[in-house]
Write a protein that binds this ligand. Structure first.
Ligand code: NDP
Ligand code: X2W
Length: 343
């Protein structure tokens, strides 16, 4: 199967290259950027003598003739336009941006960009791999989930679906490494601003709030608006979400762990930690795992759920390739089954 990547010079694009280079079923047919005729190793010298491909211009008709799947690792605003151009072509499209995840009006409100025409966005399947496998299998257009929503949703799904929590009690405290903001220069993620620092940002106005709420409501229509706060960690990769929810009844931690293990028993990338064991971002780095640990506080009746992913893997490129595997009828772990990088 031939695949192409647009936005290859960004962090998401580079991560797609890293995984696809060793994928046994997908062949990297072409890589694209607004920079043309440049060997990719000149942008990323760690690829020197490994990947010699040159960046090519973005010509959707030509890409669709040569490839079966195109990954859009481009910024919000750009991805939507590209998805519209590919709509008339015979090619599967997986978009890593937020452009296809929300209804037009909500998108405009939170992203402040012109929305994609609903005729396009309504065809997109939300690619939360573990939960929408059947839809993904027959999709031609995937809205790959955001990094924070992936970590938060996977960790909240079992208790939300089973209606075990007060629907007005969800608080998600989220932290990300700086690669989550992409490769371009930016004051907040520059070394002297981020190093030895820890700050909250986009408080109550983060663009992932409506994405998380939309999926929670699909699982349980009683869910109320959430409180979601993002923070910037002085590390390159990794996301941790710590969610607090009020349980409707008293549960032991072991009962809830059993529910989580049962829910995810057929999903290789979700690791439910044993009692009194909680994940850290380094324990999933470079991998497609989402590790979840939890504890029910019998004093307060609240459940604390901790979830860790690598933002560039399960939060972006890894999940995109997992979705491509599902779309092509492959085992979802194909090309993704490696151990996290530690330490
Ligand atoms: N970083 C992360 O952890 C995550 C990112 N995402 C989403 O994935 C997408 C890519 O993110 P990331 O790799 O971090 O971003 P980067 O900023 O690192 O890369 C963006 C890429 O888009 C290309 N690009 C920029 N402008 C244009 C344009 N006008 N036309 C075509 N290509 C363009 C850039 O390449 P060039 O300038 O060379 O053309 C670059 O290759 C974004 O939508 C992001 O929101 C989603 C989940 C997690
Ligand atoms: C650390 C950091 O800045 N992270 C970014 C994640 C961006 C992202 O994933 O954007 P999309 O919704 O377009 O996919 C942020 O919080 O905005």
């Amino acid at each position: 199967m031939n695949v192409s990547i647009i936005g290859t010079t960004g962090y998401g694009g580079a991560e797609l290259l890293r995984i696809l280079h060793r994928h046994p079923e997908f062949n990297i047919q072409s890589i694209h950027s607004t920079k043309e005729d440049l060997p990719i190793w000149m942008e990323y010298p760690h690829l020197y003598e490994i990947i010699d491909d040159h960046l090519q211009s973005i010509d959707p008709a030509k890409i669709a003739k040569q490839s079966d799947i195109v990954f859009l690792a481009t910024p919000s605003g750009i991805s939507g336009k590209l998805a519209s151009e590919f709509a008339s072509e015979n090619i599967k499209v997986i978009d890593l941006s937020g452009d296809l995840r929300l209804p037009a009006e909500t998108y405009q409100q939170w992203y402040k960009n012109e929305p994609v025409h609903p005729a396009i966005s309504e065809k997109a399947v939300y690619g939360l791999s573990e939960w929408h496998k059947e839809e993904i299998k027959s999709a031609n257009l995937i809205a790959n989930p955001g990094c924070y929503p992936t970590a938060a949703l996977l960790s909240l799904a079992p208790v939300v679906q089973e209606n075990l929590i007060d629907p007005n009690s969800i608080i998600i405290d989220a932290k990300s490494g700086v690669s989550g903001a992409g490769r371009s220069l930016n004051r907040t993620t520059s070394f002297s601003e981020a190093n030895e620092n820890f700050r909250a940002y986009k408080v109550n106005e983060h663009q992932h709030i409506p994405e998380i709420e939309k999926q929670l409501l699909r699982w349980n229509e009683e869910i109320h608006p959430i409180t979601f706060t993002t923070h910037l960690l002085p590390i390159s990769r990794g996301i941790m979400t710590t969610s607090y929810v009020q349980l409707k009844e008293a549960y032991q931690t072991s009962q809830l762990l059993d529910l989580y293990k049962e829910t995810y028993k057929d999903n290789s990338f979700i690791r439910i930690r044993p009692e009194n064991n909680y994940p850290s971002v380094k324990e999933v780095a470079g991998s497609n795992y989402c590790d979840i640990g939890l504890h029910a506080d019998t004093r307060t009746g609240r459940l604390t759920i901790i979830s860790c992913i690598d933002n560039l893997m399960k939060g972006a490129a890894g999940q995109a390739i997992q979705n491509a595997n599902i779309m092509c009828g492959l085992n979802e772990t194909t090309g993704l089954d490696f151990i996290p990088l530690y330490p």
